[in-house]
Write a protein that binds this ligand. Sequence first.
Ligand SMILES: *Cc1c(COP(=O)(O)O)cnc(C)c1O
Length: 357
Amino acid sequence: MSRFWSDLAHTLQPYVPGEQPRIPGLVKLNTNESPLGPSPRALEAIRAEAAETLRLYPDPESTALRQTLAAYHGVAPEQVFVGNGSDEVLAHAFAALLKHDAPLLFPDITYSFYPVYCRLFGIAFETVPLDGAMRIRIEDYRRPAGAIILANPNAPTGVALSRAQIETLLEDHPDQPVVIDEAYVDFGAETAIPLVNTHPNLLVVQTLSKSRALAGLRVGYAIGDVGLIDALNRVKNSFNSYPLGRAAQAGAVASIKDETYFQAGRAAIIAGRARLNAGLAVLGFEILPSAANFVFARAPGRDGARLAAELRAQAVLVRRFSTPRIADFLRITVGTDAQTDRLLTALASILAETPAS
Ligand SMILES: *Cc1c(COP(=O)(O)O)cnc(C)c1O
């Protein structure tokens, strides 16, 4: 704290990302990174950008990348917005689309960046409780709203809504912007992108960080009606004209074009998730049905903080949130089979050593 801070700097409550420690032999299952690595074609394209041309600014419109994404998703390039990670895309969406007189609605348990953006941009919000099975109930959103944002699959639960349920939500709120954050959609949920042409209030946000194993490159994007995309561009061009460097644009294009690698990676993670679920079930965990590259689970009668700390002592890192309703849950990223085995072995020894309360 300092007398040089603005009032805004004083009021912020910044997002706390999962830790990135340097522990030898660490099994890192806490930030939903991919254990597989990016497409070799993406790496090749990124290396090719390490050239004399780096003295020049990149294309401020990321034209080639937007065209590639448009062709991939069957929309027009004007319906695509790209940013420095989907976190930046979301930030621009909060500023451009989600601030209205009535409160922004999102679930009580969801991506914890949403309330952080609300404070940054001065957006009033109201949280809507998940039901007893930790599901989003679309009916519960039938109340005064300035806008709505949902993660689908939701984070950190991994539970997904169907496209039909998203369509019902859109039909319930034709006059409010609705943002669907699909960071994990490729691991088993239905994307809402086919609805953008019939619903001018829908913005779908995706990322290359998770299913394309490019968290370090920082590329995310949004797809929606041209009217919504225009608003995002107005904010972007009032903030940073060049959010994506040359390497990021080229690597992202090559990644999207490598469909074979993408499908193989997706299938491997989905298979790894089934394996992780089976191992946790044997240990007596209660597991939410996940459509993401992580599972959210708790061991009945066990303190979540203690379990996470005991795992950490065995160099296995998982994510835990102190929010009361989910304090005993662990969010565990699907790793390689070897990493999953390390986790399951560590959990088995911890559970065997200390009796449940
Ligand atoms: C990981 C994640 C993001 C952000 O990912 P970027 O790396 O910034 O693209 C956005 N939303 C949710 C729900 C996430 O889990």
